[in-house]
Design a protein around this ligand. Sequence first.
Ligand code: PSV
Ligand code: MN
Ligand code: MN
Length: 424
Amino acid sequence: MKLEPYKLQSLNEDQLQRHQQKFESVAAEIKNVDGLLQQLIDFQIAIPSWALGTGGTRFGRFSGGGEPRSLEEKIEDVGLLHALNGSSGAISLHIPWDIPQNAASIKALAAQHGLRFDAMNSNTFQDQAGQAHSYKFGSMQHTDKAVRKQAIDHNIEVIKYGIELGSESLTVWLSDGSSFPGQLNFRKAFERTLGCLQEVYAALPDNWKLFVEYKAFEPNFYSMTVGDWGQSLNYANKLGPKAYTLVDLGHHLPNANIEQIVALLLMDGKLGGFHFNDSKYGDDDLTVGSINPYQLFLIFNELIEGMNARGMNHASDLGWMIDASHNIKDPLEDLLQSVEAIKIAYAQALLVDTQELEKARESNDVVRAQEILQEAYRTDVRPLVAEARLRAGAALQPLQVYRSLNVRENLIKERGLKTVATGL
Ligand code: PSV
Ligand code: MN
Ligand code: MN
């Protein structure tokens, strides 16, 4: 389904007057509002190809209607999101869930929608049909060299697909670990994994980055071989300058101080990418900002502080991606909510008076420091985010437009009611 620009324009016009009133009242309080809006316009968040269908829990899967049946249809869905919010200008593929059969035409289709290819994701956490060896006891940590070689070869194949599509990074998330005490020699598991990652690293083109994603638990519940940011950083340091740590918000033990992790990784120049989602218990993969928006704001505050300190470009020097799963919501509506939540947190963090905050910190004025952060957090920045969308030619109210154009109903007509997108 394609969004007709004239329909978008007329829906925007209906809301314009109300929007302008709200925008002007927030903008009056901000020093360089055009600069801030440009930062919001530039900030793009990649959509993972596996988030476009309804995911399952381990108890069941209730697939929604009109889900994309092919990679082409997934690209069309991301194109639609991008047309609505102007902020989803990239797609991230998981191989082998979304193998580009004809990379040139896939790349051309993506370009038609204004999309580029973000990080490529390999998959050695599932056995695929026809695969010679099983990953039941791990992939890169495996005791059998043949299994390790299969995992290395798969990652190198993923890099090759990525090169054809114009991607410039590979995310490796390993489910490797152990479920019972005694099962694994931790040191050997680390060394074997490092050996495999070194071979993958050696196959990276010069302009590529390797993201080592960590996760505290699941599917292994006693130990994970890349279980936390310390381990990930250790691998990344040993691998070399093209290797970085990737933070997925749902991959920590409860109450972890993610904003501090982010600050320290940035300090070392080793933060590479980000997977946004929200969680209450574990790797819940819930809509960004649905549980703990203040934490998201605090994380963005550290991201901005750390990136500015290193002279980094907010939009392009880190990989930004949503990693979520939708069991009961329309996935496209959910993704619109997630992108909006990210933009809101980013805008709020851009409003923090950093000089005043530093002053308060240096003089140990704890109360003032908290006030400065909360002043920014409690600003209603939604009109700023909407204005950035308007200036980017997108919708003032993406979700409202999505519903008023009956997008899901149209997709069901086009694709059928019982379609199941590839993914988890
Ligand atoms: C694992 O939980 C993860 O966060 C990794 O990023 C995977 O690639 C993704 O989810 C999809 O399963
Ligand atoms: Mn992830
Ligand atoms: Mn996850």
